[in-house]
Design a protein around this ligand. Structure first.
Ligand code: NAD
Ligand code: WQD
Length: 350
C-alpha cells in the first residue's frame, strides 16, 4: 500500500514535533507547515535526524496558515490523506491581553485551512482541542459529554473551532473529523534531543520547574495551597508527550479506517490526577535537584481538580497512555539537562 500523505500544521512546535517524528517512524509521508512564531527550525532538523532514513519523507514549508495562496500551493503539489492541525497560539494570559491576536490567528488560520482543504477534496482532519473547554468542571473525571465553557479568549477559540467542525460535518458528510482534547502534555522524547522550549517566562508548571532545576530561575511559585485536594495544591492530568503523540496516530488510523466517524471528540490524558507538590517531588527525585518553592495565592481562572475520563478513547481508539509521572519527569530532565537553553542559547532568551 502506498504511504499516506499527512499535512501537519504547527508541526515544528512542542506537540507537533513529537507527533511528526512518530508519523515518520511509522512510515507516513509528512509535510509540515509552520510560521515559526513560537518554535525553532532546529526542532524540525532534529526530528529529521532522529527519523534516520525516514527523515527523507518529511518536507517543511515556513508558511502562515492565513496565507491562502501559499497554502493552496502546498495542496496543489500533494494530495493529502489527512491533516493534523496543531497550529495556533496557546498562551492563556496573552490571549486575555491580546484577544484579537488570538481570534485572528487561531480562527482565521483554521477557517482558511478548512476552506483550502475542502477546495482540494481533503476532508479528513484531526484537531488539537484542549481540556480548557471543560472550564472549572463540576465533577471529575471529565467525560466528553460534559457541558463546555471558556474562561478566556484562548479557550473560546477552541470552543468555536470545535463548533465549526461539527457544523461543517453536519452539512457535508464527506468530512471526517476527530477533535482531541489534550489534558496537560509534559515530558520529552527519550533521546533528550527534542522537547518543549517556551519563549519567555513559562506559563505552565513543568517548563517552569525545569527552568528552576537548570538554574535559569530561582524558585517556583505554587499558585494556591488552599484547594480542596490531598495537599491543597491544584490537581491536573499530566500526560507524557510520547503517549500524546501516539494518541494522534491512533486517531489517524480511526479516521482512515472508519467511514462513519463523522465528527467525534476524544480526551487524551491518563485518567489520573497529580497535585503540584506531587509533581515537584517527582521532578526532584528524577533530577536530584532541589526546587525552591514560594507558596502563593491562587492564579486567577485556575480550576481546582481536572482529570480525564479515558473510557471513550480506550474503547474507540484502542489507545491508552503507557507512562506515569516518573517517566514524564525522567524524560523532561533528560531534555533539560542536555538542552538547558532549549533550542537556543543564553543570549537568545529572556
Ligand atoms: P506550540 O506553540 O509549541 O506549537 C504550535 C505551533 O504552531 C508553533 O510551532 C507555532 O509557530 C505554529 N503556529 C502558530 N500560529 C501559526 C500560524 N498562523 N501559521 C502557522 N503556524 C502557526 O504549541 P503546542 O504545545 O505544540 O500546541 C499545539 C496545539 O495543541 C495548539 O493548538 C494548542 O492550543 C493545543 N494544546 C496544547 C496544550 C499544551 O499544554 N501544550 C494543551 C491543549 C491543547
Ligand atoms: C498546572 C498546575 C497551576 C505554574 C494550561 C492551560 C490549558 C492547557 C494546558 C492549552 C495548576 C500550577 C503552574 C506555576 C503553579 N493548555 N502552577 N506554578 O493551568 O492546567 O492548563 O495548560 O490548551 O488551556 O490553561 O496548566 O501547567 O499552567 O498549571 O503552581 O508556575 O500548576 O496553578 O494548578 P493548566 P499549568
Amino acid at each position: 500500500m502506498a504511504a499516506k500523505n499527512i499535512l501537519v500544521t504547527g508541526g515544528v512546535g512542542y506537540i507537533g514535533s513529537h507527533t511528526v517524528l512518530q508519523l515518520l517512524q511509522q512510515g507516513f509521508r509528512v509535510v509540515v507547515i509552520d510560521n515559526l512564531i513560537n518554535s525553532s527550525e532546529v526542532a524540525i532538523q532534529r526530528v529529521v535526524e532522529l527519523a534516520g532514513d525516514n527523515g527523507n519523507n518529511l518536507s517543511f514549508h515556513q508558511i502562515d496558515l492565513r496565507d491562502r495562496e501559499a497554502l493552496r500551493k502546498v495542496f496543489s503539489f500533494t494530495k493529502f490523506d489527512a491533516v493534523i492541525h496543531f497550529a495556533g497560539l496557546k498562551a492563556v494570559g496573552e490571549s486575555v491581553q491580546k484577544p484579537l491576536l488570538y481570534y485572528n490567528n487561531n480562527l482565521i488560520g483554521t477557517i482558511t485551512l478548512l476552506e483550502v482543504m475542502a477546495d482540494h477534496g481533503c476532508k479528513n482532519l484531526v484537531f488539537s482541542s484542549s481540556a480548557t473547554v471543560y472550564g472549572w468542571p463540576k465533577q471529575v473525571p471529565c467525560t466528553e459529554e460534559f457541558s463546555l465553557s471558556a474562561a478566556n479568549p484562548y479557550g473560546r477559540t477552541k470552543l468555536v473551532i470545535e463548533d465549526i467542525c461539527r457544523d461543517i460535518q453536519k452539512t457535508d458528510s464527506e468530512w471526517k473529523i476527530i477533535l482531541l482534547r489534550y489534558f496537560n502534555p509534559v515530558g520529552a522524547h527519550p533521546s533528550g534531543f527534542i522537547g518543549e522550549d517556551p519563549r519567555g517566562i513559562p506559563n505552565n508548571l513543568m517548563p517552569f520547574i525545569q527552568q528552576v532545576a537548570v538554574g535559569r530561575r530561582p524558585f517556583l511559585t505554587v499558585f494556591g495551597t488552599d484547594y480542596n485536594t490531598k495537599d491543597g495544591t491544584g490537581v491536573r492530568d499530566y500526560i507524557h508527550i510520547e503517549d500524546l503523540a501516539d494518541g494522534h496516530i491512533a486517531a489517524l488510523q480511526k479516521l482512515i479506517e472508519d467511514p462513519s466517524i463523522g465528527c467525534e471528540v476524544y480526551n487524551l490524558g491518563t485518567g489520573k490526577g497529580t497535585s503540584v507538590l506531587e509533581m515537584v517531588t517527582a521532578f526532584e527525585k528524577a533530577s536530584g535537584k532541589k526546587i525552591p518553592l514560594i507558596m502563593d495565592g491562587r492564579r486567577s481562572g485556575d480550576a481546582e481538580i481536572v482529570y480525564a475520563s479515558m473510557k471513550k478513547a480506550e474503547r474507540e481508539l484502542n489507545w491508552r497512555a503507557k507512562f506515569g509521572i516518573d517517566e514524564m519527569c525522567r524524560d523532561q530532565w533528560n531534555w533539560a539537562s542536555k538542552n538547558p537553553w532549549g533550542y537556543g542559547s543564553p543570549d537568545s532568551q529572556s
